[in-house]
Every structure is written in structure tokens, then in C-alpha cells.
Design a binder for this molecule. Structure first.
Ligand SMILES: Nc1ncnc2c1ncn2[C@@H]1O[C@H](COP(=O)(O)OP(=O)(O)O)[C@@H](O)[C@H]1O
Ligand SMILES: CC(=O)OP(=O)(O)O
Ligand SMILES: [Mg+2]
Length: 403
């Protein structure tokens, strides 16, 4: 069975075509920097080498079309026709309170995904573009939705409730949901497997730091708290998202700048974070380059970004009453060596030590980066949301309950 996985992030679309019977990955790649002038498509060729093609990709619509064309392209494709795809698994970012596991996509599910547009404006519309493109091109193929929010449905009420009037929760389901759940689920399990530990007995903190970023406290395999909230804006400072900010500052800005709620949402989602503070870019690679060129605002942005990660990890050590394993993942977490070093050096009070030599060469591969005598194990685990999505999709198409 060939399963196509589409993972629409806020700045990227990643894809994998997996033959789940042989476990072979037939094609994989991604489009990055969507909406930026230097966007590109990167994909693996049959011989394992990578090819990068620079191409202006203004939005997710063009990104998905390019991916589908590439799959059947005579030069680089691996299938002759889209009919060779048996099922499609989609990452869907916001599923509200409705979904605590993956589901087959039907009209009712589509309605629920659309209901969540307002609370995930960078993501759910992008996810729907993927679903609609597939419905149009290969209408009879079953499609499965795998929700970022599902893994966090185990959070206790004390962690997911806001101290707003209770009626607002009852009326609108305003609460914290958390995101990147598929990644936190995969990385927390894989980190334990990699270290030969039983996830059911471990206190794990997973740091998913990409264009969007979130940190999760995982106790015995279950999410008990996470840094994102009702929307993917809460928590860490991100590429373009503000993260935690005094709600009082928001009403002040609304007033002074005469913003309506759409304009305020646009500001908080698209104009803040690394981009807003540095004035340079939302992309960590550009921030690193600007710092090397002496840009002080880029340096301030990175300092703030790292400081926020340190505070959240500290908070989750408290929430878990200790920590056994810290895992870094996401485009930044897997590659930005300095960031990992600075976060870990700040956690030396836990008896945590990283091996600078190992850390400084660990990029995009599974690695234990703490020293043998460190009291906390620190690992880099490249996330594989696509594998999780493929497994869930296979289970659902076969009428089984996903794990
Ligand atoms: N080698 C690298 N060094 C530093 N940052 C990197 C590197 N590779 C990717 N990144 C950063 O990772 C981020 C994108 O992460 P990713 O997880 O792919 O994003 P998304 O949230 O869209 O899924 C960007 O800020 C990018 O600059
Ligand atoms: C939910 C979220 O922030 O996703 P991404 O990091 O892929 O933008
Ligand atoms: Mg992502």
C-alpha cells in the first residue's frame, strides 16, 4: 500500500511517499521558506542524493501542486500516475476538543477543521489546501487527518484551563490545546527507544524548535503540559509568532494602533518573533548570518529566543518534579548547535552536562549529546511526523485503531 503523507507547516510542506508493506520510502522531500523570496524545493533522488531547486513558491497551493507534479515527473518521479497512491495522510494542526486520535476525513471532519481556522490561521487553511488538492486530483483515495492537538488531550485540566471566566470554556471551548503533538509523540517515544529506556517510566521534555516551536512535558509516555495554547501563538518566541506576551500589552496596542481583531491576529502571527525583533528574517539561518555580520538586533532576537526556551524547560522540570531525558527536534533544534549548547549550559544546576565536541557536529541525526556522567540524558532526535502519519493512516484504512 502506497501512502502519501503531506505535512503542511507554516513555512514548509514536507512530503513522503511510503510503501507501508515493504516499509520503503519511495519519495521524500519538502518545500521550505514558502512566501519568502528564496523559497526552494529539496528532494531525494533514487540514489539517495539530494537535489535542491530554487523556485519562487508564494503559497501552499503552489507548493502542493509542485510536489504532486514531482512525484509523477518523468525525470525525478517514482510513480507513473497519481493513481498509484492508495491513501493520503495529512497533518492537520488544530482539531479542537473533538479529536484525540487520527480519523478518516469526511465532510463532517472537514467542517470541524474549518471551524478551527480562526484559532490556527497559518495552518488549518494550509492543511485544507492539501486535502482539497487531493480530493480534486484523486477523488476516490481515502484521506486521513492526523491532528497536532491529539497527543495533548491527556493534559490535566489544571494545565489546559485558562483562568478566564469558566463560562467562556463552556461556551467556546477556550482552553489550551497544544500543537506539534505528532512530533512530540514520535520524539518522546523514539528518544526512549534510542536510549533503551521504557517510555512508560520516564520524565521526558521534548523541545520541538522549528519555524513554530513548542516544548512538552511527557510523563510516562503522556503529554501533561505543553507550551502552546488555544492557538499556536502561545509559549516560545518563534519565527514570526510572538509567544507569551502580557495580555495587557495587547489591549494597549489595539487601542494605540487602532487595530481590529484580524489585524491584531496578523501582527501576533506574522510580524513578531525573530522577524519582528530582528527586522531581518523569520528564518534562523538568516538570523545566524546576520549575527555573524554584526547585526545587534539579530543577536538580541536570538538571545530572547534562547532565554524563553531555558525558562520553559525549567518550568517543565518543576511540573514533572525532575527530568530524565531532554530531546531536541525541529529544523532549529536538530541543527542549531549554539542554541542547544546555551540552553544546556544553563541547565547545569540539574547535573546536566553536554559533550561540546559531539554537540558541535550533530546536525539532523539521532545523537546522544550529553556526557556519560550527566544526570540528564540529552538527545537530538530528528522528528518524523510523516512516519507517524503514515502509520496512523495505514491503521485507519485497515479499520484498526491507531496507536
Ligand atoms: N542548518 C541550520 N541551522 C540553523 N537553523 C536551521 C538549519 N536548518 C534549518 N533551520 C531552521 O529551522 C527552521 C524551520 O524548521 P522546520 O521544522 O522545518 O519548520 P516548520 O515549522 O515550517 O515545519 C527555520 O528557522 C530554519 O532556519
Ligand atoms: C503548530 C505549528 O506551529 O506548526 P509549524 O511549526 O509546523 O508551523
Ligand atoms: Mg514543522
Amino acid at each position: 500500500m502506497n501512502i502519501l503523507v503531506l505535512n503542511c507547516g507554516s513555512s514548509s510542506v514536507k512530503y513522503k511517499l511510503i510503501d507501508v508493506d515493504t516499509k520503503a520510502t519511495l519519495a521524500e522531500g519538502g518545500i521550505e521558506k514558502i512566501g519568502l523570496p528564496d523559497s526552494f524545493i529539496k528532494f531525494k533522488l533514487a540514489d539517495g542524493s539530494k537535489k535542491v531547486v530554487n523556485d519562487p513558491i508564494p503559497d501552499h497551493h503552489k507548493a502542493i501542486n509542485d510536489i504532486l507534479n514531482l512525484l509523477v515527473s518523468p525525470e525525478y518521479g517514482c510513480i507513473k500516475s497519481l493513481k498509484e497512491i492508495d491513501a493520503v495522510g495529512h497533518r492537520v494542526v488544530h482539531g479542537g476538543e473533538k479529536f484525540n486520535s487520527s480519523v478518516r476525513i469526511d465532510n463532517e471532519v472537514i467542517e470541524k477543521i474549518k471551524e478551527c481556522y480562526a484559532v490556527a490561521p497559518l495552518h488549518n487553511p494550509a492543511n485544507m489546501i492539501g486535502i482539497e488538492a487531493i480530493t480534486e486530483l484523486i477523488p476516490d483515495v481515502p484521506q486521513v487527518g492526523v491532528f497536532d492537538t491529539a497527543f495533548h488531550q491527556t493534559m490535566p485540566a489544571e494545565a489546559y484551563m485558562y483562568a478566564l471566566p469558566y463560562e467562556l470554556y463552556e461556551k467556546y471551548a477556550i482552553r489550551r490545546y497544544g500543537f506539534h503533538g505528532t512530533s512530540h509523540r514520535y520524539v518522546s517515544r523514539r528518544a526512549c527507544e534510542f536510549l533503551n529506556l521504557d517510555p512508560k517510566t520516564q520524565k521526558v521534555i521534548t523541545c520541538h524548535i522549528g519555524n513554530g516551536g513548542s516544548i512538552t512535558a511527557v510523563l510516562n509516555g503522556k503529554s501533561v503540559d505543553t507550551s502552546m495554547g488555544l492557538t499556536p501563538v502561545e509559549g516560545l518566541m518563534m519565527g514570526t509568532r510572538v509567544g507569551d506576551v502580557d495580555p495587557g500589552a495587547l489591549t494597549f496596542i489595539e487601542d494605540k494602533e487602532h487595530l481590529d481583531s484580524n489585524q491584531l491576529s496578523n501582527l501576533l502571527n506574522k510580524k513578531c518573533g525573530l522577524l519582528g525583533v530582528s527586522g531581518v528574517s523569520s528564518d534562523m539561518r538568516d538570523i545566524d548570518a546576520a549575527i555573524s555580520a554584526g547585526n545587534e538586533r539579530a543577536r538580541l532576537a536570538l538571545d530572547m529566543y534562547i532565554y524563553r526556551i531555558i525558562k520553559y524547560v525549567g518550568a517543565y522540570v518543576a511540573a514533572l518534579n525532575g527530568v530524565d531525558v531532554i530531546a531536541f527536534t525541529g529544523g532549529v533544534g536538530e541543527n542549531q548547535v549554539q542554541l542547544r549548547k546555551r540552553v544546556c549550559d544553563h541547565l547545569s544546576y540539574l547535573g546536566l552536562k553536554i559533550d561540546d565536541n559531539v554537540n558541535s557536529v550533530s546536525r539532523g541525526e539521532e545523537k546522544l549529546i550529553s556526557t556519560p556522567d550527566s544526570k540528564v540524558k540529552v538527545v537530538v532526535i530528528p522528528t518524523d511526523e510523516e512516519l507517524m502519519i503514515a502509520k496512523d493512516t495505514e491503521a485507519i484504512v485497515n479499520g484498526l485503531q491507531p496507536e
